[in-house]
Design a protein around this ligand. Structure first.
Ligand code: COA
Ligand code: ZN
Length: 301
């Protein structure tokens, strides 16, 4: 029984920020290997203007490929109605929208204020979208490299607005500013207002606190996590952003604690090899890959 639900975001958060382009065929093989390792959900790309992020130009093709994989929830990011329509046409199971709590990051990322972006997501959610889940992702929820401090009240207000019409809300530490105490405090505050609509912790490892923050979120009751294989990742429109919490290490942490992710660590490491071979010049991270799985390691039952 899976106790923790991990969503791999490398093909989106990772590749959008990579210097090297991964060819579509390699992306497909990688996505398949991730799914076959037991990862239940993958954010496979984004529907943004291809001119803006050329690495995401093949997202419809990747979605169509991923839809044929067994037991996989296929997620894409969209920044506006046009992106949402492209996501629906492609057949994605879930669409996630980045709604920055920082005005400066929001304007840099989507050229809308946070309130304008909330209205854009509302417009999308009001369109018929049978069977497709809509997720509001509150970005820069723990601080912003452009604006600095992000008031917790702003995070609560935006999360509450999104919860009115989104199926799920996630909190994202886009630039890796969060610490474990802050993670607990903000998840608790938001949870008090929107209850079980608050779902996912999207954490970046920019300052080395990714796993500590994930554990803090777990202790606060969070059971859904975003992570990126090899610690790829980062928002091109948030200066200084770097990789997500590393999937392999996150799986190892939970599994060695006896908390099941449903993911086979050995097969995950095989998927990582495909990724590294496809973008060999890209810096990748991960303690599991460096040090190996400990002798006698036993996955959670
Ligand atoms: N997919 C494809 N094309 C799109 C699009 C989408 N989702 N949204 C807009 N476009 C096209 C428009 O049709 C227009 O094309 P044209 O020049 O041929 O007429 C052009 O892009 C500009 O459209 P506009 O609505 O003026 O967008 P903008 O330039 O103000 O940019 C966003 C706004 C939201 C589209 C852009 O800032 C964006 O995609 N941001 C997301 C960035 C991102 O992925 N960040 C990382 C993830 S958090
Ligand atoms: Zn991110």
């Amino acid at each position: 029984m899976r106790q923790i639900h991990i969503r791999e975001v490398g093909p989106r958060d990772g590749l959008q920020n990579a210097r090297q382009r991964m060819p579509s065929d390699a992306k497909k093989a990688w996505v398949r290997a991730i799914a076959e390792a037991g990862v239940p959900e993958i954010e496979v790309g984004s529907f943004v203007p291809p001119k803006l992020i050329p690495a995401m130009a093949d997202t419809a093709d990747i979605v169509s490929y991923a839809l044929a994989l067994k037991d996989l929830q296929v997620v894409v990011l969209a920044p506006n109605l046009k992106g949402f329509e492209r996501a629906l046409a492609a057949g994605a199971h879930k669409v996630t929208f980045p709604v920055s709590a920082s005005r400066q990051h929001s304007e840099s990322n989507v050229r809308m204020t946070p309130d304008q972006m909330v209205e854009e997501v509302r417009k999308c959610a009001q369109r018929p979208h049978p069977g497709v889940l809509v997720e509001g992702a509150v970005s820069t929820a723990f601080g912003c490299t452009l604006q600095g401090n992000v008031p917790e009240d702003d995070v609560v207000r935006i999360a509450a607005a999104l919860a009115e019409f989104c199926d799920h809300v996630s909190l994202a530490d886009t630039v890796g500013y969060a610490n474990p105490a802050q993670i607990k405090r903000v998840f608790k505050k938001v949870g008090k207002v929107i209850g079980s609509k608050l779902r996912t912790a999207h954490l970046h490892n920019t300052r080395g606190l990714g796993l500590a923050n994930a554990l803090a979120a777990y202790e606060e009751g969070v059971r859904h996590f975003d992570s990126s294989m090899g610690g790829l990742g980062g928002c091109p429109f948030a200066p200084g952003a770097s990789g997500n919490v590393i999937t392999e290490d996150l799986v190892f942490m939970f599994e060695s604690m006896g908390i099941s992710t449903g993911i086979d660590l050995e097969r995950l490491m095989e998927a990582r090899k495909l990724m590294v071979a496809a973008i060999p010049d890209e810096p990748v991270y991960g303690h599991m890959a460096l040090a190996g799985v400990p002798k006698g390691f036993r996955a959670a039952a």
